[in-house]
Write a new protein. Structure first.
Lengths: 483, 410
């Protein structure tokens, strides 16, 4: 094989008066940008050097072991090569990425105390409103640091810890962080995991004590506002034996004509008979390289459920991995990916069955339109120890025109005869008869097509809380109306 | 034959049409060929082990064609135009060969290096041959051979060709490879059958490529029952409109054996249709990796592709890897693939036992039925019987241990 035809497409931006004019005016909900005054922010130089890593570490008051960890990760980053199997990322120049941008404000526990410009940004995204109405706790990250964090009193009373990573690292949970931090996703995993290990900043720490069931979801929202910046938040969730929690993350950024980078990391530890649902609506702007790593490990009888909607980014590499270590543990991944103009989204999931009687289920939908490239990539691995395991993979692709591209690349590796694995995939177009039927009922063709696409994505939206399902359907509608 | 002290050529074959995670080890596979084997093949007279083939009078058969000349000929025929399409194609596909085969360019290089002359079989237009053409290769112990064939079926012609590979009595080890390229004219029909019943210490490869013109039909039946290491690659280029391809592969992987396969069906023509079926049985300690791709290119409006793999696993330490892919750059197509891998269900075994069939016999019956899905497509009764006898041998060699039952003896 060769990568002769493997060229990154330029970030598709219409130049305006300012040079950073939005292409997609309709995306205003996410694409608004507030002017950032230099004096309100602290940022490190562009690029990635040992000095920059030391500066980030010092700024964040890291313990010594974390500085060592960062420096080791940097060394690994410099040694590892960019993989050739995924979307090309030659448009990403690390020398031009600012790895740390921090608003000059402390994290606030009261929304009213958050600086006005940042508060406006989150107000426009409806974050405080969502907190009031349906969330047990909210974290809001702006560029590299959390600017707001709050947990409902009743949730805190249950012993649930939901705080920012820095507070956990430098406070009473340091040992717990040290025990779990990048143990599931070691810096050696791939180049961008190493990058994350070197420059990570922000993110959330959640600890749910044994037997505690959190009835209302916790949420983190990540906003990357600075052009040419990277966001490297780390999310660490520990769900103890018999506990149950739903965590939601949302991400967005305004669109610039320079590359932005997101290389976050999510590590989920699901205890014996515990249950964790992790939902993501990703709507990064279309100049974003989204090279994110998410991984969960389940102990005996534990369950992890991933709900994932991928709509944004210029290019994405995203494959949440579930390691079913304990006997009878279970994982599900339900995802929808919508690749529009100028997007190359490589998404999917990995399941690793180790324990006996483990089970996994993958159900994904890919949609591509207006020249977008959507690749579904997955791997189901049944180790020889995983006797009595079951796995099922179901992936569907919908192409909305012939200038787009849709690939499914699912791998299976089965090493015991005492397992049942099934896989099914389909690719096709919107059924003309279905469009005709809807039009005969007085529905406009464009609405009919949007309706059919929303129905295609229904397995994901029905798993989300109502307000997020509505957001996802709006995004689909928005994508359908563009191009 | 090669051993660890000998110089070897490492061939990279069976490339996945798009790359995926390195850790899955499915992007390609390395095939070792010792310098001694290459030398032995180069020195042998060819065809070395083909037993008195009988060709129909209407068929023109030319032996001794230079492999390098054959490859140049494909370029002269303008096939490189298609190569440009590949290079310019969307990320990340790239096909190095002018006339692609499933195993890829390294097999061409091996053949050119050994200088093995090719056989060209040409059937002119509008000729329908009723009786199958039978190519029977019988290998002795230590045989080292590659056989290369180009088959051209003229417009409107029809024929069935059977390639059957077995060994002399008592043979144990050897190296046998076949490369077959097929060019089907408009409305031409070919049923190509390959049956491999080689002993367990043979290394075997089968490299296939086919180009299909308008309304042509290609039925490909492959039964791979023996050999320790086997590499199977098939690349079908459905260039013409309304062309139809159907592949059925049946295999049995015995203890210690390794099978690596790569089937790709490329849809280019309007309303082209492709069906691929893989049915296999894996016994204790066997390894199999399969790449199965439906590749819909722009312009293949109305194309339909359907691919399915069913593998019975009968042993704890089996390794069964599969990557069934659908690649799409055309909106108006329908593609489906399905794969299932697992044991014989307890419900089925229980049902059989209630009918007085013991577990061992029930398992054997299930295995045989899995293979017979493919063997029954062989029109030649003798070869079908020989294939079934080979499966019998697998069971009879179990020496009191039940190879069909995980864990051994009942």
């Amino acid at each position: 094989m060769t990568d002769i035809a493997r060229k990154d497409t330029p970030i598709d931006i219409d130049e305006g008066d300012s040079g950073i004019l939005l292409e997609d005016v309709e995306r205003g909900l996410y694409d608004f940008k507030d002017e950032e005054r230099e004096e309100d922010f602290f940022k490190v130089d562009e690029g990635l050097t040992e000095e920059i890593v030391r500066e980030i570490s010092e700024t964040k008051h890291d313990p010594e072991w974390m500085l060592d960890f960062r420096l080791k990760s940097l060394k690994i980053y410099n040694e590892l090569k960019v993989p050739k199997w995924g979307p090309p990322i030659d448009g990403l120049d690390m020398e031009k990425i600012v790895t740390y941008v921090r608003p000059k404000t402390d994290m606030k526990a009261s929304w009213e105390d958050v600086p006005e410009d940042i508060k406006n940004a989150f107000d426009k995204l409806g974050i405080p409103q969502a907190e009031r109405e349906s969330l047990g706790g909210v974290g809001a990250q702006y560029d590299s640091e959390l600017v707001y964090h709050n947990v409902r009193e009743d949730v805190a009373k249950q012993g649930v810890i939901y705080t920012d990573m820095e507070s956990a690292l430098t406070g009473e949970f340091e040992e717990m962080v040290r025990e779990h931090f990048m143990k599931l996703v070691p810096p050696t995993d791939h180049k961008f995991a190493a990058l994350h290990g070197a420059v990570w900043s922000g993110g959330s720490f959640v600890y749910v004590p044994p037997g505690v069931k959190v009835d209302i979801p916790l949420q983190s929202y990540f906003r990357l506002n600075a052009p040419g910046a990277g966001q490297f938040e780390h999310t660490l969730i520990i769900v103890s034996e018999g506990a149950d929690v739903h965590f939601i993350e949302g991400c967005s950024a305004p669109k610039y004509n320079v590359a932005n980078l997101h290389a976050g990391c999510v590590e989920l530890f699901v205890g014996k008979n515990a249950h964790l649902r992790y939902s993501t609506i990703e709507n990064w702007s279309k100049n974003m390289y989204n090279l994110n790593t998410k991984r969960a490990i389940c102990e005996e009888g534990g369950t992890v459920e991933w709900i994932s909607g991928s709509f944004g980014s210029h290019e994405s590499y995203l494959y949440p991995t579930s390691i079913l270590k304990g006997d009878n543990s279970h994982a599900e991944f339900t995802g929808v990916t919508f690749a529009g103009k100028g997007q190359n989204l490589d998404t999917g999931a990995r399941m690793v069955h180790i324990g006996k009687g483990t089970s996994s289920f993958i159900d994904t939908k890919s949609i591509c339109k207006s020249g977008g490239i959507s690749t579904y990539r997955s791997s189901v691995e049944i180790r020889s120890t995983a006797e009595g395991s079951k796995a099922s993979v179901n992936c569907g692709s919908l192409m909305l025109d012939s200038i787009s591209r849709s690939d499914t690349v699912p791998a299976m590796d089965i090493r015991t005869d005492k397992a049942d694995v099934g896989h099914e995939a389909k690719i096709g177009k919107i059924d003309d008869e279905a469009v005709f039927y809807l039009m005969s009922r007085g529905i406009r063709e464009a609405d009919a097509r949007a309706m059919i696409v929303s129905g295609f994505a229904n397995p994901v939206s029905k798993e989300l809380p109502l307000e997020y399902a509505a957001e996802m359907n709006n995004l689909i509608k928005l994508e359908m109306e563009q191009g | 034959m090669s051993d660890n002290t000998q110089k070897k050529d490492i061939l990279k074959v069976n490339h996945l049409p798009v790359l995926t995670w390195y850790r899955d080890k499915l992007n390609d596979v390395e095939m070792e060929v010792s310098e001694a084997t290459i030398e032995a093949i180069a020195k042998a007279s060819h065809p070395a082990y083909l037993v008195k083939p009988q060709f129909p009078a209407e068929m023109k058969v030319t032996e001794g064609v230079s492999p390098a000349e054959l490859l140049k000929g494909y370029e002269a025929e303008g096939m490189e135009i298609k190569r440009e399409e590949y290079v310019a194609g969307k990320y990340p596909m790239y096909q190095e060969q002018v006339f692609p085969t499933g195993m890829g360019a390294d097999i061409d290089r091996l053949i050119v290096k050994t200088g093995v002359p090719a056989r060209v079989m040409e059937l002119p237009a509008n000729v329908k041959i009723k009786d199958p053409v039978y190519l029977h290769y019988t290998y002795p112990t230590g045989a080292e051979d590659i056989d290369t064939t180009l088959i051209r079926i003229g417009e409107g012609s029809e024929i069935t060709i059977i390639q059957y590979m077995d060994s002399e009595h008592g043979a144990t080890n050897g190296f046998a490879g076949t490369q077959t390229r097929v060019v089907l004219g408009k409305n031409a029909k070919l049923h190509l059958i390959k049956v491999q019943c080689l002993p367990g210490k043979f290394v075997y490869f089968n490299d296939m490529g086919c180009r299909m013109d308008d309304s042509s039909e290609f039925t490909y039946t492959e039964l791979s029952l023996g050999a320790g290491d086997s590499y199977l690659g098939t690349y079908i280029d459905q260039i013409g409109k309304e062309s139809k391809f159907r592949a059925d592969l049946g295999f049995v992987s015995t203890e210690g054996s390794m099978m690596d396969l790569n089937y790709t069906d490329v849809f280019r023509g309007v309303k082209s249709e492709g069906v691929m079926r893989f049915n296999g049985v894996m016994l204790e300690g066997s390894y199999k990796a399969s790449r199965e791709t439906l590749d819909f290119r722009k312009g293949a409006i109305g194309a339909v592709g359907d691919e399915e793999e069913n593998v019975l696993l009968l042993g704890k330490s089996v390794v069964n890897k599969t990557i069934p892919m659908i690649l799409g750059e055309e909106e108006k197509v329908n593609g489906r693939h399905a794969a299932s891998s697992g044991r014989i269900s307890d419900e089925m075994l229980f049902y059989m036992e209630t009918r007085g069939i013991d577990e061992c016999a029930a398992r054997e019956m299930m295995i045989r039925s899995n293979i017979s899905r493919v063997s029954r497509l062989i029109p030649n009764g003798e070869i079908r019987a020989a294939a079934e006898a080979y499966v019998d041998r697998i069971f009879s060699e179990c020496d009191g241990n039940c190879v069909t039952c995980p864990g051994g003896r009942h």
